[in-house]
Write a protein that binds this ligand. Structure first.
Ligand SMILES: [Zn+2]
Length: 319
């Protein structure tokens, strides 16, 4: 049996110094076995938690110190603390257009835990930008009909990882769009198998998210063809035949579209006809586009409900 004293000694021996080590620093933060020497004053500028901690009475003399600095043990990962300190000491870090998702995740987790309000808000803002609460903003993020994240560095599976982060951290306003993106970006097998990130690891969804996606998909599939929704114009032609320049041709095309979707069974709750080529006559094209736009507006309004979430106005992102 190793005695506690020997065990402590071993632990001390295995600590390593991070590159974030300021010789004039006044406090040493330790995460796992890595130590960071930083400044109380700089921590306190951004964090009400550390500001309050600094003003506490000095710890007893037998508390561990390194180079005369108090050691504050953090129960966080080294990577999270590194990203936090990068944001704190490198003024350009948060100004980058796209950040790695692990950095965004670290700033949300530690920003909330240690009350770095600005960092928390800036990181949540990136998730919200990628997963907006309005259809107009959602549409603006598509380039050539495709979505690619621009405020978070893209990689295979990033959509799953964003969803997991938002759900774990209660970034609620992000969830409707994040669930929808998870459904349209990857196929049904990937929902359960995950998506290889390309570095030997796999982006997987938790079982509760797999469930939410599966049930949400079913609800949207049923809803998208109902009157007043995205695909109503395919199922039931709401227009007068005498509006149409070529009724037999337009009816045939509509039947082909119906058949196509019966076979492919694709989820397209927010399909945007304004960017699709439809070979209807001019009047029918106009009617179909209007019906589609009204339908997708309604689908967007109800998107949270499709995933059993509260309405848009109630989905808050609090520190
Ligand atoms: Zn027509």
């Amino acid at each position: 049996m190793t005695s506690p004293a020997v065990k402590r000694q071993r632990t001390e021996n295995t600590t390593t110094r991070s590159e974030i080590w300021y010789d004039d620093g006044s406090v040493v933060l330790q995460a796992e076995n890595t130590q960071f020497r930083v400044h109380w004053s700089i921590l306190g500028q951004k964090s009400s938690f550390f500001r309050g901690m600094q003003s506490l009475p000095q710890p007893p003399h037998d508390q561990p110190t390194v180079d005369g600095c108090a050691v504050v043990e953090l129960h966080d990962t080294v990577l999270d603390v590194e990203y936090l300190l990068k944001a704190l000491y490198d003024s350009m870090f948060l100004l980058q257009k796209a950040l790695p998702l692990p950095a965004v995740a670290a700033l949300i987790r530690l920003g909330r835990k240690y009350e770095f309000r600005d960092f928390f808000d800036a990181a949540v803002e990136r998730l919200c930008f990628e997963n907006p609460t309005t259809l107009k903003k959602y549409d603006a993020l598509r380039v050539d009909r495709e979505y690619r994240p621009t405020r978070i560095l893209p990689y295979p599976g990033v959509v799953y990882d964003i969803l997991t982060l938002a759900r774990e951290q209660n970034i609620l306003s992000v969830l409707p769009c994040a669930y929808y993106r998870a459904l349209i970006t990857h196929d049904r097998a990937q929902l359960f198998d995950g998506v290889p990130r390309g570095d030997g690891t796999v982006a997987s969804l938790a079982s509760m998210d797999q469930r939410q996606c599966t049930l949400g998909r079913e609800t949207i599939m049923k809803t998208q063809f109902m009157p007043g929704y995205t695909y109503a114009w395919v199922r039931k032609w709401p227009f007068k035949a005498d509006d149409c320049a070529n009724p037999s041709k337009c009816a045939r095309i509509r039947a082909e579209i119906q058949e196509h979707y019966m076979i492919t069974f694709n989820l397209r709750g927010l399909l945007d006809l304004s960017t699709e080529q439809i070979p209807f006559c001019g009047q029918c094209t106009k009617h179909a586009r209007e019906s589609n736009q009204a339908g997708r507006n309604r689908m967007w309004e109800e998107l949270p409900r499709m995933f059993s979430l509260a309405d848009w106005g109630e989905l808050k992102n609090e520190l």
